[in-house]
Design a protein around this ligand. Structure first.
Ligand code: UD1
Ligand code: BG6
Ligand code: NA
Length: 365
């Protein structure tokens, strides 16, 4: 039921304080993390040579958002695979690998075919899914149900944030035997606890995002630059705009800017730069300076109170978001972009919940 909302996507965006709460319910215990679906397999995962994340679309982006903290908290190398590309290449998967399959529906054909392939190659196969009883849940050796509640809008929103949180809990559980990272884990757990209230806070940007959307309604294209923890945010924000608002949009690694994308910059092309506080902050400040010196039309997302730090000249449009433990910041930062994509779609007169040519679950290859 949509209740008081006009569209499922809108309802699902605004539901996130609740869906994130249910994702974490009963799983943060005595200052640690308890994932019933993984506890018997933690030793095997700790001993593995590599974690391979596999997914499609938004689920791939969620895994990409998880990559930095999984590497940091477990020390295990992480590689990324788009499911169809792994199959196209018949890429190497070994018995010593932990293959983590991420899928909201648990029924995406490419992801399931990649799962069969990884099972044949003897890897430990772990699922991260929203759907109890799905093929993915049944065929994987173990996994985590994200418990975000049924998602109806074709463009995934609340499942994305819950997938990231489920993988954060997974990383905390796998890394829990490491004494040297205890303080870091405590900080992340406290960040998780405060996440729902911070998400409620960032949702108050709704009106501001609607205004921003109306200023972008006639743009042909939109770039989103991110790096580090928020590279995935750039890809996912651009994917949302592309799939529902039917506007060309690309998420880009800010570190690659001068190796090509800079050629596109002029006073018309809108560019969102994600520059919230983390170890990459000063690098993003210099990216903003380089874009401004080429007269770029900038929209900067920054931590609350940082407007003048990111844009001293005052010539950027600024979106200020609450600050949280750096590795969880992607959960906060995607929300204004979800709202932007939603409003852009409504203002452009397109179908929000059933975007042209797309399906919620792609069950054929
Ligand atoms: C489970 C119960 C939950 C109950 C809780 C109480 C289910 C589905 N979940 O949650 O209702 O409140 O115990 O302790 O009954 N799995 C996979 N692949 C996946 C996802 C999960 O194999 O992609 C497996 C897990 O390894 C586990 C089982 O499915 O064996 C349930 O997973 P999950 O719901 O995440 O476990 P709990 O959180 O313990
Ligand atoms: C489809 C959907 O392409 O499948 C996307 O339109 C989704 O929104 C993708 O991200 C992957 O789906 P799932 O269920 O495997 O997460
Ligand atoms: Na299973």
């Amino acid at each position: 039921k949509k209740g008081s909302y006009d569209h499922y996507m809108q309802k699902e965006i605004h539901e996130q304080p609740h869906s994130l709460t249910t994702t974490m319910r009963g799983r943060l215990k005595d200052g640690g993390v308890l994932l019933g679906g993984l506890k018997e397999h933690l030793k095997t995962i700790r001993r593995c040579r590599r974690v391979v994340f596999i997914g499609c679309g938004t689920s791939y982006n969620a895994a990409l958002a998880a990559r930095p903290f999984v590497e940091e908290l477990t020390g295990i190398p992480v590689t990324m695979e788009v499911a169809s590309d792994l199959l196209d290449r018949q890429g190497p998967i070994y018995r010593e690998d932990t293959a983590v399959f991420v899928s909201q529906s648990g029924e995406t054909a490419d992801t399931l075919l990649a799962l069969d392939y990884a099972l044949e190659n003897g890897a430990l196969c772990v699922g991260i899914t929203n759907t109890v009883g799905s093929t993915l849940s049944r065929k994987t050796h173990c996994g985590v149900h994200i418990n975000a509640g049924c998602e109806i809008g074709v463009a995934s929103t609340k499942a994305y944030t819950s997938q990231i949180v489920a993988m954060a809990m997974m990383a905390l559980a796998v890394g829990s035997d490491q004494i040297s990272t205890q303080t870091r884990r405590d900080a992340i757990i406290s960040g998780l606890t405060s996440l729902p209230s911070n998400v409620s806070e960032v949702l108050k940007l709704d009106v501001e995002m609607k205004e921003l959307a109306s200023s972008l309604i006639d743009s042909e294209s939109l770039l989103v630059f991110g790096r580090g923890y928020n590279y995935a945010t750039a890809l996912e924000g651009a994917l949302k705009v592309k799939e529902v608002a039917l506007m060309h949009s690309e998420g880009m690694l800010a570190g690659e800017m001068k190796h090509g994308p800079l050629a596109l910059v002029d006073e018309n092309l809108p560019i969102i730069v994600i520059a919230t506080r983390d170890a990459c902050f000063s690098k993003q400040q210099s990216v903003i300076q380089q874009l401004l010196s080429r007269r770029g039309r900038l929209i900067v997302m920054c931590s609350k109170g940082d407007a003048s730090a990111v844009c001293p000249s005052g010539s950027c449009r600024v979106i200020e978001v609450p600050e949280i433990a750096d590795c969880l910041q992607p959960v906060i930062n995607i929300i204004p972009l979800q709202l932007l994509a939603y409003h852009l779609t409504v203002l452009r007169g397109f179908d929000v919940d059933q975007p042209r040519n797309l399906a919620k679950s792609v069950t054929t290859q």
